[in-house]
Structures are given as C-alpha cells and as structure tokens.
Design a binder for this molecule. Sequence first.
Ligand SMILES: [Ca+2]
Length: 299
Amino acid sequence: MTAPTLTSITDMITSYVNSQVQPVQAYNTTLQQQLAQAQSDNLALNQQIASLNAHIDSLKSGQLPLPSGWTKVVFFDDFNTNTVDLTKWNVRNNSYANNELSIDKAANVSCSNGNLIIQARKETSTVGSTTRQYTSGYLDTIGKESWQTGRFEMKAKLPLAKGMWPAFWLRGNQGLGEIDIMESVGGTGKTVQTVHQSTNGDMAKKGHEDSSTSNLGDWHVYALEREAGVVRWYIDDRLVFTVTNTDATWLDTTFNEPMNIRLNLQVGGSMPTWYGLNVDSTTVFPANFIIDYVRVLSR
Ligand SMILES: [Ca+2]
C-alpha cells in the first residue's frame, strides 16, 4: 500500500469541499432568483393596491375614475334618487314615433337601487287616435343641458328580448344631425354606432356594427368622444369605431352646435324589422333597459 501524498490529500479535500459548496452555491442562486421574483411580485402588488385605493377613494367621493385625458365632469347622473331628477331630464309622456310600436309613458321610467329603469310593457295605450299594444319610456335633456364637444358615457344593461330597441344618442339642438352612441336590437347580440348627417330624408351617414362585446345583458360602458374633426365610439374603453372629417366632409358643419342627450327604449318598429327580429308573441315582457349612470366629461 502506497502512502497518500500531500498532493492527493489536498485534491481529496478540495474535491470534498467543492462537492459540499457547489449545491450551496446553486441553492443560493435559486434563492436570489426567488428573492428577485418576490420583489418584482411585491412591486406589482403594491401598484395594484395603489390603483385600487385610488379607485376606492374616487368611489367614496362619489366620482367615477376619469379616463386619461378627460379632467372635468360637466354632467353626471348616478340615479341615486327615488325619482328621475327633472332638473336634468325631461321624461316624455304619451309621445310616440312612426318607426316604433310603443307609446312613451312617464310611468315606465323610474329609479331604483341607484339605477334608471326604462321598462317596456305589453299593455294597450291610446293617445288621440293612435292606439298601440306596447308602452315604454323616453328621456332627453332638451332645453336643460347640451354640449358641442366632450365624452358622453352610459353604463347600462341592455334588454335582450326579441324586438327591443334600446338607444343612447345625441341630436343637435337646432339642426337635424344625429349621433347614435349605442343602439341595439334584442336578439342580435350586436350594438350599432352611427352618425347621420340628417334624420330627414336620405342624407349621408357613417355606421358600424359591433359584435365583439359578449353578453349585452351585463354591465357595459358605452362612450362617445366628439371633438373638432372626429367622433370616436368606445365600448368598455375599447375603441370600436372612428369617423373623421376626412371620412365625412359634412361632419363639422353638421355638428357645429350643442347636442342634447336622448335615452329611450322602443318596442319593435323599423330597426328590429330590418334585422328580422320584430316584437311578437314570444317576446317576454316586461323588458328593462337599466342604466347605472350617464355622464359627460370635458378635457
Ligand atoms: Ca348608479
């Protein structure tokens, strides 16, 4: 037997030490990576907490968060009242249009649990020589408040019953231009966004049909931004349609005046018929168009 040399003993010790140290170093590296990940996660969580706290503060103060670039609330109705605020809205009673099958009644417009409810009912109603089999509701801000530019928002649940025609729209105070922020026909699963040069006759229009929003019976925010030279439509902050004065040379001349807000629910009529989804015996009544809030923002 050969006696171990000093060199071989040193090699053995070095090898042994390395075998012990290397796993520790590897473990240390893993720990450093986990620490870095934890610090990153912590940073992200803190950012989320800060964002949620800001949201809670805004809710406590009665203000919804403002979208980027919009700094002032110039109109807001959260419908936290027992009845419709008549300083903000006109509620139509016994009005009707030729392109629908309902008569608008003030009794079909109410506030409950912080929401505005426009209810379509199957009931006979007569105004003058006109008798119809359905009633519904219509509000507007005519003569109260109007705006030429701004961001117009509504958070709402749409009625999905066949033949329902809820709408959130704008009309010029004097002219015949119309901007439909949101129209929908129950049963289509779609919303429609349109700007009309005129509602009288067959004049120009630009429109879009959006089918990318799932379950229109749940809460969604429908918004429209009108500024010089452009109109933008949003659903839940997703830009769905834009019209500029290059697309529509008549845009700025048509909407060169303040516009009032219209909110209504029609039963049957021209648009449901166009979709082949007019109201019929299978339509379930009552049907509710439920609105959490309406607001107008300025830059
Ligand atoms: Ca509300």
